[in-house]
Write a protein that binds this ligand. Structure first.
Ligand code: MIG
Length: 753
């Protein structure tokens, strides 16, 4: 009945074909079709040169086929192709409901039994952390009037979720770029389903012993972030728009004068000439080269916005080249499609085509060569202001790998292909530097090309709260590098709200202050001295804990783990954590509990099991309980786990201002602790050929004796740390301290070596 191949099996029955591929022992690809067609990957799947061959056995017994890998059994019913996944103990982890897959013309669905308590992931969705009981939809959408908690469609699409119950965890990635649907127990308490308005029933069942492993396996499939340039982890300032050039320089200077660290300044759409991409406004940015040089001299990086829409204007070379070479997306009559965006009538490069991406990359290269450090892609859903449903018609025509596809299929991946073109352009300009791209729209796999932000929020406390589950679910969906417009984009910023937002924002992976035109100015000093001082305190703290944050990006690049994590990611066995969306973990050592209500100087905090130390005053707490924590306006509740090791460094005005030779290592009391610290030059791609260091820091603490071990486990980077300063937190009794078996005396709980 079935044919066995080296990566799986194919079975045909009742006019349907089922293909099961064993990607590895825990990642199983299921493809079912009622047509004569081959399975297609979307851009989400990372192309790998070497897929590790995986052993599996297949057996057939009347109507049942059983496939066994080292971790799973997959049982297929040959009558209806329904599938069950079991672990090695024989526990059913996931099973089709009522026959599983259905095809209704242009609507395909896969029904599953609903046995899970929680569903996480789905990328950038408003609402809470857990999506059980909701119906969700994936269609990249520019919510023009700014979104709210209930908004269904946002800018990005990640057809991926994680199911959790008391006994197991798994993920499902539905590799389909059409408009897709996920009904997670909205319609029924017995089943859930996912489906799409077209394309293929092509999904991956992803097993993991816990959420961590599911995310690791999901990102094995869809790829992991490359190390970002270190400056992109610094503080970034934006506004729609800083114009003219003198204003940009004034903002930059103010940061330096006030000694508020800042690495990046953004130029929003008004720097362009009539919103023509790759041009500069001849009046307001006449001397842009001089401005760029001055910014560089002050240690600023510059990121400009680049939208996809190319202005229809015969006198404009980008438009002419695009038309002459036939690079734009076409309508159903094969005529280049024209839609209204910022430049007025505009055309949209078909980024799905290789030749179009190379062309765009060349344009971009010349543009950034003049002194631009990174690119911000906006309006790339693509948003069309006068379009039906805010975008282009679904029967518009694109070409992918030489084949015609319709916009209904290209829509959700358009931005990711644009990010790919942008990455190519930045690398053409500076082949040895790490590119930085910020994108508004995205599809699964975007982490290989760009960071994202959560689009047009508002200056409301509700939006400060909302950014937490959004960034956490993005992290669980393979995108570790995201942030929100700090202070809020729409509506006028307010002093207290800004303070609370910056307090939380410095612990999010991407830190950028941004606000809309016409709203109240929103720089750290715009709301008076109190706000300026508190903002400065927290932005400085961001620069202090940069080694810790950078290490988390290293882990993200290796394992796909989020930088900003929901508590359930670390404490899955503690059910109290399962839907906490107003606290988060920065890595596995720091718990952050932002205040997100006005005039609140106290907040309730849940601490998971274990011992925790209040970051500010060292007070010890026993976890597994809720506490009321004082949070005066300049304090965000922060807790550090027992046995934590936190690397820090001295504050700089911007990253790279000073050569940093010293690593400050804070050890928090516990019977033991271990931490791996990563270093490289922070800017070049040399780390990818081995120019980095890994240092294992470890301690044991028994009967007042502390033994520390520093062990260089990989050495490839020469300009690394030369000095360590150990700081001991909460160790009330330190009789003897050894570092690599030499005894040291601590002065004021500090040792420098
Ligand atoms: O239609 O470029 O989300 O960050 O400032 C508005 C102007 C277009 C939307 C982005 C926002 C940006 C703004 N853009």
């Amino acid at each position: 009945m079935f044919t066995k191949f080296n990566d799986g099996i194919v079975v045909k029955n009742n006019g349907k074909t089922l293909q099961i591929r064993i990607v590895n022992s825990k990642i199983i690809n299921v493809f079912i079709t009622d047509k004569d067609e081959v399975r297609k990957d979307t851009i989400a799947i990372e192309k790998r040169k070497h897929n590790t061959p995986c052993n599996f056995d297949v057996s057939e017994n009347s109507d049942i086929i059983t496939i066994k890998t080292e971790s799973l059994s997959i049982i297929v019913n040959l009558n209806d192709f329904s599938i069950k996944f079991l672990n090695l103990e024989g526990l059913v982890i996931n099973e089709d409901y009522n026959g599983g897959v259905r095809f209704y013309n242009n609507d395909i669905r896969c029904y599953k039994k609903l046995n899970e308590d929680h569903y996480y992931g789905f990328g950038e969705k408003a609402g809470y952390l857990d999506k059980k009981g909701e119906n969700l939809e994936m269609w990249n959408t520019d919510e023009l009037m700014t979104h709210n908690q209930g908004t269904k469609l946002l800018y990005q699409s990640y057809p991926f979720f994680i199911g959790l119950n008391k006994k197991y965890t798994y993920g499902i990635f539905f590799d389909n770029s059409f408009r897709s649907f996920f009904d997670m127990g909205f319609e029924s308490n017995e089943y859930y389903y996912f489906g799409a308005k077209g394309g293929q029933m092509n999904y991956y069942f992803i097993y993991g012993e816990n959420i961590k492993e599911v995310v690791e396996n999901y990102t094995y499939l869809t790829g992991r972030i490359n190390m970002p340039p270190m400056w992109s982890l610094g503080n970034q300032q934006s506004r729609y728009s800083y114009t003219p050039q003198e204003k940009v320089l004034e903002i930059a200077k103010t940061f330096r004068e006030k000694e508020i660290p800042c690495d990046v300044i953004y130029l929003d759409i008004d720097y362009m000439e009539g919103y023509r991409v790759f041009t500069w406004n001849k009046e307001t940015f006449l001397n842009y080269k001089e401005m760029l040089k001055k910014l560089r001299d002050m240690g600023f990086k510059v990121i400009t916005i680049v939208d996809p829409g190319v202005k229809k204007d015969y006198a404009y070379n980008v438009y002419r080249e695009g038309i002459e070479n036939d690079y734009f997306v076409k309508d159903k009559f094969s005529i280049p499609f024209i839609g209204h965006v910022w430049p007025g009538e505009s055309l949209f490069p078909d980024f799905l085509r290789d030749d179009v991406r190379h062309w765009w990359a060349d344009k971009l290269k010349d543009f950034v060569n003049e002194g631009i450090d990174g690119i911000w892609n906006d309006m790339n859903e693509p948003s069309v202001l006068d379009g039906i449903n805010k975008t282009m018609p679904e029967d518009n025509v694109h070409y992918l790998n030489g084949y015609k596809i319709l916009h209904s299929e290209a829509h959700n991946v358009y931005a990711t292909y644009m990010a790919m073109a942008t990455q190519e352009g930045l690398l053409k300009s500076r082949p040895n530097e790490r590119p930085f791209i910020l994108s508004r729209a995205a599809f699964s796999g975007i982490q290989r090309y760009a960071a994202v932000w959560t689009g047009d929020n508002r200056s409301l406390y509700e939006h400060l709260l909302l950014m937490m589950p959004m960034i956490m679910n993005l992290g669980l969906s393979g995108q570790p590098f995201s942030g929100s417009d700090v202070g809020g984009f729409g509506d006028d910023g307010q002093e207290e709200l800004f303070i609370r937002w910056i307090e939380a924002g410095v612990f999010t992976p991407f830190l950028r202050i941004h606000s809309a035109n016409g709203t109240r100015e929103q720089e750290p000093w715009s709301f008076g001295k109190r706000c300026e001082d508190i903002s400065k305190k927290y932005i400085k703290m961001r620069y202090e804990i940069l080694p810790y944050i950078y290490d988390l990006f290293y882990i993200a690049s290796q394992k796909g783990y989020p930088v900003m994590r929901p508590l359930v990611f670390e404490y899955q066995n503690d059910e109290n954590t399962h839907n906490i969306y107003d606290e988060f973990m920065l890595g596995d050592n720091i718990l952050v509990a932002p205040v997100y209500l006005p005039s609140k100087e106290i907040r309730e905090v849940y601490l998971p099991k274990g011992i925790w130390y209040d970051y500010w005053n060292g007070k010890e707490f026993e976890g597994g309980k809720h506490y009321l924590i004082d949070a005066p306006i300049d304090v965000i509740p922060l807790f550090v786990k027992e046995g934590a090791i936190i690397p820090k460094q001295n504050v700089q005005a911007y990253i790279g201002e000073k050569q940093i030779d010293e690593l400050i290592v804070e050890l928090y009391k516990g019977s033991c602790g271990e931490y791996i610290h990563y270093e490289d030059d922070g800017i070049s791609i040399k780390y990818s050929s081995g120019e980095y260091n890994l240092t294992d820091l470890k301690f044991e603490y028994v009967n007042g004796i502390l033994k520390i071990y520093i062990n260089r486990i990989y050495s490839g980077y020469k300009n690394g740390i030369k000095k360590y300063k150990f700081v001991f937190k909460n160790f009330n009794k330190l009789d003897k301290i050894f570092i690599n078996d030499h005894e040291y005396k601590a002065e004021n709980y500090v040792i420098e070596i």
